[in-house]
Design a protein around this ligand. Structure first.
Ligand code: CP
Ligand code: NVA
Length: 301
């Protein structure tokens, strides 16, 4: 694995990353393999978890994280991505980017001599979905479970489709018409699912989709960049809320997940977030452990 732009870049390494993450979770301060290495972190969008978990992960490994707001760089004044990637490669050992457009991260990686990590784009959020699978295994001790994802078929949903298909997990995406995940990614997930035996499907029927689920997952209805569509989205997605009533259709021991930030009263209720079925805080913590593993795998060379 040279870069982590899509979760499919980790296809061969996925179980190794998950195992490494478990080791780092047990002993986060043990080794300092990235001593004297620097990770540049470029943000075109807001972040709480990605920024902080990557910074701390890098510090745990003995390296230096460097936070860069894209709007403060010459990028924000029109310097092209190719030139930025070329220059940064001379200074740092790895780059994490949260970008508005997925294509920009691909372009950056094409012009970078150091590993590039996708920290969220309009298309994918691979660090999140790898963390999610890690968290599910932690709670269910198996990858052979059924996840039901409700709401907007967005970046997080796209990465979950690919990740579930890669590890053999079943995933039912439950969304209204017009909010389906990326078609190309869905087809790619179906291809991987054939290899691993996972069952991947999309439905708009909430009770049917949630039936027998071991994992209930949701994300915001209005992602960063979708603010202009907010009112329409709240109307269209209204029946897809994760609430106590919905949980009755899943298995009694189903766990509830959310990548955060959550908007209580929209995609999820406060009651569900605080319920004993929620593993949302473990999930948030695990970002740091999984990213430690990703950094170790990509930068320890
Ligand atoms: N889940 C996630 O990526 O959170 P942030 O937007 O806070 O980084
Ligand atoms: N789908 C959300 C995820 C935030 C972590 C967004 O893109 O804003």
């Amino acid at each position: 694995m040279k870069h982590l732009l899509s979760v499919t870049d980790a296809k061969k390494d996925i179980f190794e990353i998950l195992e490494l993450a478990g080791n780092f979770k047990e002993d986060p301060y043990g080794k300092k393999p990235l001593k004297n290495k620097t990770l540049a972190m470029i943000f075109e969008k807001a972040s709480t978890r990605t920024r902080i978990s990557f910074e701390v992960a890098m510090l745990h490994l003995g390296g230096n994280p460097l936070y860069l707001s894209a709007s403060d760089m010459q990028l924000g004044r029109g310097e092209i991505i190719e030139d930025t990637a070329n220059v940064l490669s001379r200074y740092v050992d790895g780059v994490m980017i949260r970008a508005i457009k997925h294509e920009d991260v691909l372009l950056f990686a094409q012009n970078s001599n150091v590993p590039v990590i996708n920290g969220l784009t309009d298309k994918e959020h691979p660090c999140q979905s790898l963390t999610d699978i890690f968290t599910i295994f932690e709670h269910k001790n198996s990858y052979q479970v059924k996840m039901a994802y409700l709401g907007d078929g967005n970046n997080v949903c796209n990465s979950l489709l690919l990740t579930c298909a890669l590890v053999g997990m079943d995933l039912t995406v439950i969304c209204p018409a017009g909010y389906e995940p990326d078609q190309e990614i869905f087809e790619k997930a179906l291809m991987y699912a054939e290899e691993t035996g996972s069952n991947i499907e999309i439905t708009s029927n909430v009770p049917d989709g949630v039936k027998d689920a071991d994992v209930i997952y949701t994300d915001v209805w209005v992602s960063m960049g979708d603010e202009a569509e907010k009112l329409q989205r709240l109307i269209d997605l209204n029946d897809y809320q994760v609430n106590m009533e919905l949980l009755k259709h899943a298995k009694p021991d189903a766990i509830v997940m959310h990548c955060l930030p959550a908007i209580r009263g929209q995609e999820i209720t406060d009651e569900v977030m605080k319920s004993s079925q929620s593993v949302i805080w473990d999930q948030a913590e695990n970002r740091m452990h999984v990213e430690t593993a990703i950094l170790f795998k990509l930068l320890n060379k």
